[in-house]
Design a protein around this ligand. Structure first.
Ligand code: GP9
Ligand code: MN
Length: 687
């Protein structure tokens, strides 16, 4: 009896469970049935974005990027939630409008990517001359069958809608009172996904999102829909910034430059007139690496040789903000400072600039730039055109095999080798030419040490034992540190530069050429590594104690002063002439254009820097954060503190006057760019 009872009980519970299952299944099915249109919308929109990534960045990791799918899903679910507020019979209109809109984003980006290997930006719409150049080509060559696949999304939605309508779906899906509930349910789901997405973001994701130029990365991490929304907002920001305060800005600008157009001459005026120019943008090259040797080997023998034979500015600073490489390009070419928010190259590429390449073009030069990275990196494609380069040779102009890649792309040795061939052709075609070559390998994080070639940053010692035998002892020193890896990396870049110069010389390309080399910014290396560099105790393989008489304090001021970059002007016959000298007066990137302009015979009335041979020891270098440095003092504007650099007393007035000057200069520079003041000026002259 007991057994029968037990069995019966088991049977009842089993059937109960099955009933719950059936009920659950039923509920899910019902839910799905009632929401077919919404789900079709969600799935097709997320699928379109995934297909776009598949066509553009054809690695599995990219197009199946979970973060991107999560981001797309979040956006589409949030959009879909509001559809529930609309009456069922009109709901299709809502979804099809959004479906078409999101599909258009995918189609435009797909076409754009095929042509530019980058994603579209609304800010490009203002660069009309640029679109004019490519408009026809886009239609003829670029619109391909694959760009039409996205249209399947709206077609599927229309198909589903017709089917549903036939089945009277819209009349029976929900009662009015349920609409709000469903909206909130969907919003809740979207919100939950958004939270998961935000929590999984890294700081790199966030900085790249804010900077916006690394478009592939953003699309891979944030999906195309968030990318485009972010693009619209960042593209509008410059417009909003320039809406208020124009009159005041223009007035201050006029006042600032009144009486400043007197062209001063000095012993170097026009000394290089008519010479060809090769400018080397030395990625992350820092002056302090030039003074170092490891085991009697110089870290940068080429730079050292050029500095010794040429004109070497040893107290020279870059003046970069968040736009790093591109900020230096801006300041070097225009003698303006980086903008206070955003970056000039990305946000203000449609402004008028008075730039070195344009000025040399007016003198009959052919101007070009070369960089084996994606042309849209830092928006160079648009900005180089604006600055006056006749041609920008970028990634697609170089042969890049996987073996040739170090870090961000084509290694410097291969880059220089291929560039030499291009320069040879240019030199045959044009009498005068000016070219910028942007290096790439010596870029943070300096981690591919096995590819840089042999360069040890340890201390090797030969020890003689009591019995007369010798043995080699190795103290690890900078091995394994980021700074140590940086030395290996810059050693590689330096040797690439050396090979380049030898090749140019062999081809006779240095005979009438001036070489200009600048470090674009420091290597952003840890302060603690410098501490090790200057305070290493090889006996204990640790740091000297602060009490040790040999201990060298490396505080935040030393760090800031250590961020100097090399600036060298060199020709093959300069050694021993009056040009062969070390200039020790403090100098900034914004002084490059005035100093070089005087030597080559071009002039920018709106330069903010000075010809160092006119201003000499009175120079001041202003940094984008308001800090400044003179020969006598480094001032930290954030802390309101300074470090004296000479024995001369520093007065309060000096600090105050220099700070006022620094702030004024930053304001003027910012206003010139934001309010496009040079354009207004040009238009007035033409009237
Ligand atoms: C990228 C290169 C590096 O093409 O110029 O830019 P950075 O990260 O140094 O600003
Ligand atoms: Mn750089």
């Amino acid at each position: 009896m007991k057994r029968i009872k037990n069995n019966l009980e088991k049977l009842v519970t089993r059937s109960k469970k099955r009933l719950i299952h059936i009920k659950e299944d039923h509920v899910i099915k019902e839910y799905f049935k009632n929401n077919i249109l919404v789900f079709t919308f969600i799935i097709t929109c997320v699928l379109n974005s995934t297909i776009l990534r598949f066509f553009c960045m054809n690695t599995l990791e990219n197009y199946l990027s979970v973060k991107a799918i999560l981001a797309d899903l979040t956006i589409v679910i949030i959009i879909s939630a509001f559809g529930y507020l609309i009456k069922p019979k009109n709901r299709f209109t809502y979804y099809i409008i959004f479906e078409i809109f999101l599909t258009l984003i995918c189609v435009i980006n797909s076409v754009y990517y095929t042509f530019y290997t980058s994603f579209a930006s609304v800010s490009m719409l203002s660069l009309t001359q640029y679109i004019g150049d490519v408009g026809d080509a886009v239609v003829e060559n670029v619109l391909q069958l694959k760009d039409l696949i996205y249209i399947l999304g709206p077609l599927i939605l229309i198909f589903v809608h017709i089917k549903l309508k036939k089945k009277n779906y819209y009349k029976r899906i929900e009662v009015k009172s349920e609409r709000k509930k469903r909206t909130f349910q969907m919003l809740g789901l979207g919100g939950a996904l958004a939270i998961i997405f935000i929590v999984t973001l890294t700081s790199l994701d966030v900085t790249r999102f804010v900077k916006q130029w690394n478009k592939e990365y953003i699309v891979m991490r944030f999906g195309i829909y968030i990318y485009q929304a972010n693009d619209v907002i960042t593209s509008l920001q410059p417009k909003i910034n320039s809406m208020f305060g124009y009159d005041q800005a223009n007035k201050e600008f006029q006042e600032y430059f009144t009486g400043k157009d007197e062209v001063k001459t000095n012993e170097y005026t026009n000394i290089f007139e008519g010479k060809n120019v090769i400018v080397i943008h030395g990625e992350s090259m820092q002056t302090n690496a030039m003074n170092l040797k490891f085991n009697d080997q110089e870290v940068t023998p080429t730079l050292n040789k050029l500095a010794k034979e040429g004109m070497f500015f040893s107290n020279f600073y870059s003046q970069v903000s968040v736009g790093t490489s591109s900020d230096t390009e801006l300041t070097y070419n225009t003698s303006l400072m980086p903008t206070k928010s955003g970056t000039a190259f990305v946000s203000y590429s449609d402004r008028k600039y008075v730039a070195t390449p344009s000025l040399l073009k007016e003198k009959g030069y052919y101007t070009f730039s070369m960089h084996a990275n994606n042309a849209d990196f830092w928006n160079r494609r648009a900005m180089h055109k604006n600055l006056g380069y006749d041609k920008f040779y970028s990634k697609s102009d170089y042969k890049i095999t996987p073996d040739d890649v170090i870090g961000l792309g084509l290694n410097d040795k291969a880059f220089f080798a291929q560039s030499t061939q291009k320069i040879e052709k240019i030199a045959k075609k044009y009498e005068n030419w000016y070219g910028l070559l942007i290096m790439l390998t010596n870029h943070t994080p300096f981690s591919e040490t096995e590819k840089y070639g042999e360069f040890d940053v340890d201390i090797k010692e030969t020890i003689t034992n009591e019995d007369g035998t010798t043995e080699e002892k190795i103290h690890p020193y900078m091995e394994g540190t980021k700074l140590g890896n940086y030395f290996k990396s810059i050693h590689y870049a330096d040797s690439a530069l050396g090979e380049f110069i030898t090749n140019l010389d062999e081809k006779g390309l240095l005979d009438n050429t001036v070489l200009i080399i600048y470090g674009d910014h420091d290597g952003r290396l840890p302060k603690s590594d410098y501490n090790k560099l200057y305070n290493y105790d090889k006996e204990t393989d640790s740091l000297l104690s602060k009490e040790d008489p040999n201990y060298k304090e490396y505080d935040s001021y030393q760090y800031e002063l250590g961020r100097k970059v090399p600036f060298i002007i060199w020709t093959k016959d300069m050694a021993g002439t009056k040009l062969n000298q070390e200039v020790t007066n403090v100098m900034g990137m914004y002084d490059a254009m005035p100093t070089l302009g005087n030597m080559f015979g071009y002039y920018n009335k709106y330069q903010l820097g000075n010809d160092i041979f006119n201003i000499k020891e009175d120079n001041i270098v202003v940094f984008p954060n308001g800090n400044w440095v003179t020969n006598k003092v480094y001032y930290n504007s954030q802390k309101g503190e300074y470090l004296s650099l000479s024995d001369e007393a520093i007065s309060e007035d000096e600090i105050k006057n220099n700070s006022t000057y620094a702030n004024k200069l930053l304001d003027i520079s910012n206003n010139i760019i934001i309010f496009d003041l040079l354009k207004q000026k040009e238009e007035k002259i033409q009237e």
